[in-house]
Design a protein around this ligand. Structure first.
Ligand code: PRP
Length: 179
């Protein structure tokens, strides 16, 4: 009798590591040029942005402060629920600071829209966004990121910080997941 084998996840590389790193260097140079030598408070949105944030702040260089907050919107599935929740807030005020929100992906836009409204009322000197990936197909709010790494097709992506039920965050590239 044959043993039934477990179904293997299908992963296909969408953006290889070298392309990711080259684009992040370009983004960093562009951001630093735009801000001059002003300090930038980078706010990483956990968990997905942790790897992008680590590479981007090095690419920007100069005077950078690193802050983090955590949100939850997908709750382990492959579709957005539309429910945004701040699960851990900033530990310091951003009042008077040039603040750059760093996200791994903008999909429906609900998370970023909610975050920008929450942060704007705290009185930053400026508030901009940098998203590694932009998936415009399912946008539910009219929102564009100030800086975008790559525009991607309507597929579920994992890797380089992005997960499926907490798996695959450690991949050095972006991959398309097909169940
Ligand atoms: C992902 C991603 C963004 C959000 C984008 O977070 O990191 O925060 O979804 O989707 P949206 O534009 O449709 O709102 P997720 O809830 O998966 O949490 P994680 O970063 O901890 O993986």
């Amino acid at each position: 009798m044959r043993e039934e084998r477990p179904t293997r996840d299908q992963l296909r590389v969408l953006i290889p590591e070298e392309r990711l790193q080259a684009r992040i260097k370009e983004l960093g140079a562009q951001i630093r040029a735009d801000y001059g030598d002003r300090p930038i408070t980078c706010v990483g949105v956990l968990k997905g942005s942790f790897m992008f944030m680590a590479d981007l702040v090095r690419a920007i260089g100069g005077d950078i402060r690193c802050e983090f907050l955590a949100v939850s919107s997908y709750h382990g599935g492959t579709r957005s629920t539309g429910v945004v929740r701040i699960t851990e807030d900033l530990r310091t005020p951003i009042e008077g600071q040039d603040t750059l929100v760093i996200e791994d992906i903008i999909d429906t836009g609900l998370t970023l829209d909610y975050l920008l409204r929450s942060l704007q009322v705290r009185g930053p000197a400026s508030l901009k966004t940098c998203c590694l990936l932009d998936k415009p197909a399912h946008r539910e709010v009219a929102l564009d990121s100030d800086y975008v790494g790559f525009s991607i097709p309507d597929e579920f992506v994992v890797g380089y910080g992005l997960d499926l039920a907490e798996r695959y965050r450690n991949l050095p590239h972006i991959a398309v997941y097909t169940p």
